[in-house]
Unconditional design. Sequence first.
Length: 324
Amino acid sequence: FNQIQQQCEQLRETLRYHEYQYHVLDNPIIPDAEYDRMMNQLKQLEQNYPQLITADSPTQRVGAKPLASFAQVRHEIPMLSLDNAFSDEDFLAFVKRIQDRINVDTTDLTFCCEPKLDGLAVSILYVDGKLVQAATRGDGTTGEDITLNIRTIRNIPLQLLTEHPPHRLEVRGEIFMPHMGFEQLNEKALAKGEKTFANPRNAAAGSLRQLDPRITRQRMLVLNAYGIGIVEGVSLPDTHYARLQWLKSIGIPVNSEIQLCQGVDQVLSFYRVIGEKRTQLGYDIDGTVLKINDIALQERLGFISKAPRWAIAYKFPAQEELTV
Ligand SMILES: Cc1c[n+]2nc(N)[nH]c2nc1OC(C)C
């Protein structure tokens, strides 16, 4: 019997490793058919020996039945929104406000520059390395418990890939639907005479707010982490960029366009380059998020009532309506 148990554990570890290679490193090292074969093997073993099933087994991604409603979750650390910039001048004024508060030269400022994904912000809590709860941003203080739906998203690990997981780690990020998943969903909806979604963001929101996880599971949703909320039992790197790299190293997907920029000129060129790449990314972005990289500086700058002084979303002009 415990020979079977070892076989299950071995399969789980192998499947988690290949999920990491495929979803986080974008570098699958076995063909999909091989992955599917192992997954089916594990499903078969767990079906024959249900007492061997563990909550974090790669097979346990779909909730049993629909919920009647969503429970509420109170964010221990508020999920704040971002101040916006709509021009280079707005961004330069943002940097000047920073300089006025901490006398530092603009060329010395390092920014972590990220695409601003057009999806839904979520909070995902891992306790001792296991995914235990996920919530929408909601109003920033209270969100909806969408744990069962989040567990169906393939690039979100049910277990962190580290021998020494933090006691508690809250991953914050954006859930979005790539163009391919959006077109596939609307084609199916049209064929079934159901309503179609106006844009990928609405489709992602509708998919995450499904009470039936079996429906969410059929939607092509992707997480890209952009920050950390609660963290206990581990000492983090002292820059934002290094923290994102750490998240990636323990199995959390992070966007591949993120870059460090030194000084305002490099930041503005990042903004332009991403603006040009926008149509080829395969997913919608509505701008960039430009953050002071040094954590100690972030903490010195703090937050204005609703948004941090140390980060700004520099948005693109609204895209002409997508013709679907
Ligand atoms: C609301 C938000 C949204 N986004 N999106 C990215 N890429 N980073 C990011 N950071 C955010 O907030 C932090 C600056 C706290």
